[in-house]
Design a protein around this ligand. Structure first.
Ligand SMILES: [Zn+2]
Length: 438
């Protein structure tokens, strides 16, 4: 008997991210937002009839990319504070600007801009850390974007909250509001060891255990952060958190640029996930993470863009290209890392970093139908001997043609389905004018 299903996509190639194989002559069957199966083209008509079907003869189909570390609303600060050190960037520009402008409306508008850019870049889930997460969640749900949103905590007051307890109370209230929403998951998000006290880390860790939540934190981003910690505690930030007893597989740490072998061993021993943000680390002059040391220790590495104020593009494909090239260069080793490995970091490992590997990150039966198609037909992509190599070395995000999230189409032939781009652009002019007057 032929089964009626919602969607069948028949691309030229499929990369499932389960192994390193690129499939051909295979279609993907989607029903009720989930992947039903990957099936050889020759038998599909015997089994299924679809309400919608796409024959994408020049396309590579992949799991949606996961941006494992970002601050979506900061898109409104894109290009506002370039070419500064992290300390000066944060203290002289970003924190004063946030004090002046960040409120519910800022976060709503900034998140919408970020989500539009991310969908056009083939990103179907983002892991966020910012103020007013409820506003980001509302925008994401309205559009149909998937997000893991942090309950942010800093030791000092901001427009959003007055003290650590206030941050936590607001974060937990936000979590309660969105607990039934399938597109939204949450984590605890202490900003960084230099901005969060031991007492707050211990409290957050208790909540993480009780509520079975991940902790998303900035860690070892700059040399200064480590030098200050050594002066204050006699320990690196990683060693300090290890001594506190708060590390474990529930921690996903953004950056981890400067690590001693002891620090690397602590990450490995605790089965922590590192979120690698190569462009942000380069642009802020923070340094180059020791990815080889992490891979040698089998540490899970996911990929993030960081916020638009320290990267200027929410573009995971670009991060993968940079990551490949830098790591070959610094290790003087051309066969170090390959495109399949990098795409897995940006899909399956991204899902692990937010505790969603059972639902996201690869194309297999039962997982959410978060899918992207890349049009490989343009001349700069030809000839194509290995589509994954072509994608990461010759391709770019403007070739992402179609995006589905939970089986719902979000972009068709580069046109966003649920976002009015003209309206979005019209609203941005006023923000640009306001922010440039600071
Ligand atoms: Zn960050």
């Amino acid at each position: 008997m032929i089964k009626q299903v919602d969607l069948i996509i028949t691309p030229r190639w499929i990369f499932s991210a389960i192994d390193s194989v690129v499939l051909e002559k295979t279609s993907i069957v989607v029903d009720n937002g989930n992947i039903l199966e990957l099936i050889p083209n020759e038998i599909i008509e015997q089994k299924y009839a679809a309400k919608a079907s796409f024959n994408l003869a020049d396309h590579l189909l992949l799991p949606g990319l996961i941006n494992a570390h970002t601050h979506a609303a900061m898109s409104l600060f894109k290009g506002y504070a370039d070419d500064l050190t992290l300390q000066s960037w944060l203290m002289d520009r970003i924190w004063p600007a946030e004090k002046k402008y960040v409120d519910e409306k800022f976060v709503t508008e900034g998140s919408k801009l970020a989500i539009a850019e991310m969908i056009q870049s083939g990103i179907t889930t983002f892991n966020d850390m910012y103020f007013y997460p409820q506003q980001t969640a509302e925008v994401a749900v309205k559009i149909g974007m998937r997000a893991n949103l942090g309950m942010v905590l800093l030791e000092f007051p901001t427009n959003y909250a007055s003290d650590p307890d206030d941050y936590l109370t607001k974060g937990l209230a936000f979590r309660d509001l969105f607990r039934e929403e399938g597109l939204i998951s949450t984590s605890l998000a202490p900003h960084a060891p230099y901005s969060v006290s031991d007492e707050s880390f211990l409290k957050i860790n208790t909540y993480a255990q009780e509520l079975d939540l991940k902790i998303h934190v900035h860690l070892h981003e700059t040399r200064t952060e480590i030098e200050d910690s050594l002066k204050q505690y006699g320990l690196t930030p990683i060693q300090r958190l290890d001594a506190l007893g708060v590390l474990g597989p529930h921690i996903s740490a953004a950056h981890c640029v400067h690590l001693t072998n002891t620090d690397l061993d602590i990450l490995a021993k605790n089965n922590m996930c590192v979120i690698y943000n190569p462009t942000s680390n380069l642009k802020l002059g923070s340094g180059i993470a020791n990815i080889k040391g992490m891979i040698e220790r089998d540490i899970c590495i996911a990929i993030g863009t960081d916020g638009s104020a320290s990267n200027n593009r929410l573009d995971i494909l670009n991060e993968l290209n940079i990551a490949l090239l830098i790591n070959k260069g610094v290790n003087h080793q051309a066969d170090f890392m390959n495109p399949a490995q990098l795409i897995k970091m940006a899909t399956l490992n991204g899902a692990k970093s937010i505790g969603m590997e059972g639902r996201l990150g690869s194309l297999e039966k039962g997982k959410c139908a978060d899918l992207i198609a890349v049009n490989m037909s343009s001349l700069e992509m030809k000839p194509i001997y290995d589509p994954l190599s072509s994608l990461l070395y010759s391709g770019n995000r403007s070739m992402v043609s179609h995006v589905w999230i939970g089986g719902n189409m979000q972009m068709k032939e580069r046109a966003l389905i649920n976002i009015d781009v003209d309206e979005l652009l019209n609203g941005l002019g006023a923000w640009q004018q306001k922010i440039s007057q600071i």
